[in-house]
Design a protein around this ligand. Structure first.
Ligand code: PMP
Length: 286
């Protein structure tokens, strides 16, 4: 079935949804994005995604064309028009179409390009792989130094996914200076002696909206959290590991570079956090 896609104020059949070949997003990867999950027809952690979008745009000096209420209205409309029960809303804002190619930014009053589309994923929260967990490999993190900005430069994460595929595993964990930064499209955690360890926020990693929520719920549940670097070796001797993202929620990780983590089965901390996370965000969904 043809989707309805949002482009710069219009809701169009996907075949008619087009942007210019001169768009800075196309020529320079000069744009940012957000992915917000939909469960039961409602948006999960919308405010967090809207705030990070505003921050990413500000860091790149791209004008934010809408306030949070307007973004919410557009998200709701595209969910309704596509009759999404469970799935995702993908949003992209680029610096726009200056009508030619030039390294220098166009004048700041150029209208940004805004595109939103939906992906229907019935049963998104009941993913069977959450019961068995992901296997991952480690790969060198050769991305740029502003990973805190959610840009559409996703070539290396795509390459990492292909490396994972070639190794017959589910994902790749990036490693820099011996320490895990994050997953190809998720934040990463280990659990040792009941303590949750995850890398602290910096420009080395994306500030995951799911990460923020999961750490808040973990603290409320009196779980101990340590925000610090961990190595591949430490992860291999951890009791458990997991990853978080807006579309995978809390995903247990059971194997790293061929070595089982803990007993190689989905652990109790990841299981509990997944349950708490899904319960709480469903309650707060808009
Ligand atoms: N790190 C990276 C590199 C990502 O691409 C993502 C997902 N967009 C995340 C972390 C998780 O962020 P979020 O929880 O906001 O989806």
């Amino acid at each position: 079935m043809s989707r309805t896609v949002y482009v710069n104020g219009d809701y169009l059949p996907e075949a008619e949804a087009k942007v210019s070949v001169f768009d800075r997003g196309f020529l320079m990867a000069d744009g940012v994005y957000e992915v917000t999950s939909v469960l039961g027809g409602k948006l999960i952690d919308f405010a967090g995604h809207a705030k990070r979008l505003a921050r990413s745009l500000a860091e790149l000096e791209i004008r934010n064309p809408h306030d949070e209420a307007e973004w919410l209205a557009i998200h709701r409309e595209i969910v309704a028009k596509n009759d999404i029960t469970d799935g995702m809303v993908y949003l992209q804002v680029t610096r726009g179409n200056p009508g030619d190619r030039d390294f220098a930014y166009p004048p700041a009053d150029l209208a940004p390009t805004v595109v939103l589309f939906t992906q229907s994923k019935p049963g998104l929260a009941e993913s069977p792989v959450a019961k068995t967990g992901w296997k991952v490999i480690s790969v060198p993190d050769i991305r740029w130094g502003r990973r805190d900005i959610k840009t559409v430069q996703l070539l290396y994460p795509s390459m990492a996914k292909m490396m994972a595929k070639a190794a017959h595993v589910d994902d790749a964990w990036f490693v820099e200076d011996g320490f895990v930064t994050e997953g190809s499209s998720n934040n990463t955690y280990i659990v040792k002696g009941g303590k949750i360890v995850t890398r602290a926020l910096s420009s080395d990693i994306l500030h995951g909206i799911t990460r923020a929520a999961v750490l808040r719920f973990a603290a409320e549940a009196q779980m101990e959290i340590e925000e610090r670097n961990f190595s591949v070796e430490e992860a291999k001797t951890a009791d458990e590991a997991f990853a978080t993202s807006a579309s995978a929620f809390v995903m247990p990780v059971v194997e790293l570079d061929g070595a089982p983590i803990g007993n190689g089965k989905v652990g109790p901390v990841a299981t509990r956090l997944r349950e708490i996370y899904l319960d709480e965000v469903r309650k707060a969904a808009v």
